[in-house]
Design a protein around this ligand. Structure first.
Ligand SMILES: Nc1ncnc2c1ncn2[C@@H]1O[C@H](COP(=O)(O)OP(=O)(O)OP(=O)(O)O)[C@@H](O)[C@H]1O
Ligand SMILES: [Mg+2]
Length: 172
């Protein structure tokens, strides 16, 4: 569950802004979250917690989750696959969780893909949950100025600190 105060505050805000519907509010335009911090500090855990927080507030939503490495692999052009259609599905999804941004190997093609995805979500103010291991300055180097500038405007930043929970947690 999301137990971070900034994340529950974000979920409250999105839930309040939601368009009313017959079975509860739908998700609407709103700010995105950039959850940053070192490996194992709980970024992915908090991002999925944010989705659950919206669901427990009764928000009806369609959501997709993908890591940036999987995004690159899934959308790579190949015969018989309509990568553009898959791209549009992710770009237009009312809520998108983009995990591990900046962690995968990049190329001109992946940079353009990331730019197009972030730019679409930015222009349409679609709530996006992004996690990254990179500190802000490195994010700019890894993703380029155009992506970093849009992220700076569209996201609220949540910085997680602490040690790697995978090392310190007792075996379940
Ligand atoms: N608030 C929490 N309560 C209990 N367990 C947690 C919490 N946050 C994270 N964990 C556990 O700690 C481990 C690491 O968390 P998570 O995978 O979210 O880290 P991460 O920051 O996304 O790491 P990476 O940078 O490697 O992707 C996982 O096993 C997760 O279930
Ligand atoms: Mg993670």
């Amino acid at each position: 569950m999301a137990d971070h105060s900034q994340i529950t505050a974000w979920a409250d805000q999105i839930a309040r802004a939601g368009r009313p519907g017959p079975t509860g509010p739908g998700i609407a335009e709103g700010p995105s979250l950039l959850i940053a911090g070192p490996t194992g500090t709980g970024k992915t855990h908090q991002a999925y917690g944010a989705v659950r927080a919206l669901l427990t507030r009764g928000v009806r939503l369609r959501w997709e989750a993908i890591t940036s490495a999987d995004l690159h692999a899934r959308l790579r052009p190949r015969a018989g696959r309509d990568g553009e259609r898959e791209f549009q599905t992710l770009a237009r999804c009312p809520l998108l969780l983009l995990d591990d941004l900046g962690a995968a190997k990049t190329s001109k093609w992946t940079e353009e893909l990331t730019y197009r995805l972030i730019n679409h979500r930015y222009e349409h103010m679609l709530p996006t949950l992004i996690t990254t291991n990179l500190p802000t300055a490195e994010l700019r180097t890894a993703l380029g100025d155009r992506v970093a500038s849009r992220l700076a405007e569209m996201t609220e930043r949540v910085i997680l600190t602490g040690s790697d929970r995978r090392r310190t947690a007792p075996a379940a």
